[in-house]
Design a binder for this molecule. Structure first.
Ligand SMILES: Nc1ncnc2c1ncn2[C@@H]1O[C@H](COP(=O)(O)OP(=O)(O)OP(=O)(O)O)[C@@H](O)[C@H]1O
Length: 231
């Protein structure tokens, strides 16, 4: 579970995140919308412990995030906009390496099974990552998250630049993560995608979370209207 309690981040005189209160339970996919600079990445960075909160708390499974400390990091996986892994290593080698770092040793068959579950075809498993598309890299990134047994997955603009087919595959994969009981927090500009894969949607403006909605209560057209009125 992910929780933000009065979470704020100040850069000199600029308030990048202002008193964020948020809860993402197991099985929930929370899509955070907002213009450039609204505070989405700052929120993700605070949960990852990449930066320290000015006030308030970010909690992972009830434990406060402390920058640099490993306690909450092991429950979390991060899928950035472009998943950067070891380019010379194959998908299997990358997955094996990162699983070992997280304390898990899997057989080749188990590693392959994670990649297949994430939709990476078998012929790609032994290929070096340097030739992978953005969508293929995301599949490896999500396989790493599954292999690490992360209960929370944070994603920053994961669908930007994906073609419609890769976006569709990605959507199915995220829905599956939700069914498996993961808590997913995703920063996105894609309103249509937020409605199709989110269970909850938040709209941010200038560091504040202005609206929180159940995705089942709104369609893409109405969400777009609300978004444009809000920002
Ligand atoms: N290290 C920093 N020092 C000063 N200001 C920062 C720093 N990091 C972020 N900011 C500012 O905080 C604000 C929020 O940035 P953030 O990256 O969270 O926005 P975002 O919603 O993720 O935007 P985008 O959609 O462009 O990724 C921005 O105005 C940004 O310039």
């Amino acid at each position: 579970m992910l929780q933000a309690i009065s979470l704020s981040k100040q850069y000199q005189s600029f308030r990048a995140l202002d008193n964020l209160n948020l809860e993402i339970k197991a099985g929930e996919v929370f899509c955070l919308l907002g213009q450039n600079g609204a505070g989405k990445t700052t929120t993700i960075n605070l949960f990852l412990g990449f930066t320290a909160a000015t006030s308030g708390k970010a909690l992972v499974n009830g434990q406060e995030v402390v920058p640099g400390a490993a306690a909450t990091r092991r429950h979390i996986a991060y899928i950035p906009e472009v998943v950067m892994l070891y380019e010379q290593l194959s998908a299997l080698e990358n997955l094996d390496y990162f699983s070992r770092l997280a304390g898990f040793i899997y057989s080749q068959a188990q590693l392959s099974a994670f990649l297949l579950r994430c939709g990476l075809h078998e012929e790609a498993h032994r290929r070096a990552l340097k030739g992978f598309s953005k969508g293929m890299r995301q599949k490896v990134g999500i396989a790493i998250a599954l292999a690490k047994d992360a209960s929370a997955i944070l994603m920053d603009e994961p669908t930007s630049g994906l073609d419609p087919r890769a976006t569709d595959e990605f959507t199915r994969l995220v829905l599956e993560l939700g069914r498996q009981g993961k808590s997913v927090l995703m920063a996105t500009h894609d309103i249509f995608n937020a409605v199709s894969l989110g269970t909850h949607i938040g709209i941010m403006r200038r560091g504040q979370l202005i609206h929180t909605l159940n995705a089942s209560d709104i369609n893409a057209g109405d969400l777009q209207k609300l978004y444009l009125q809000t920002i």
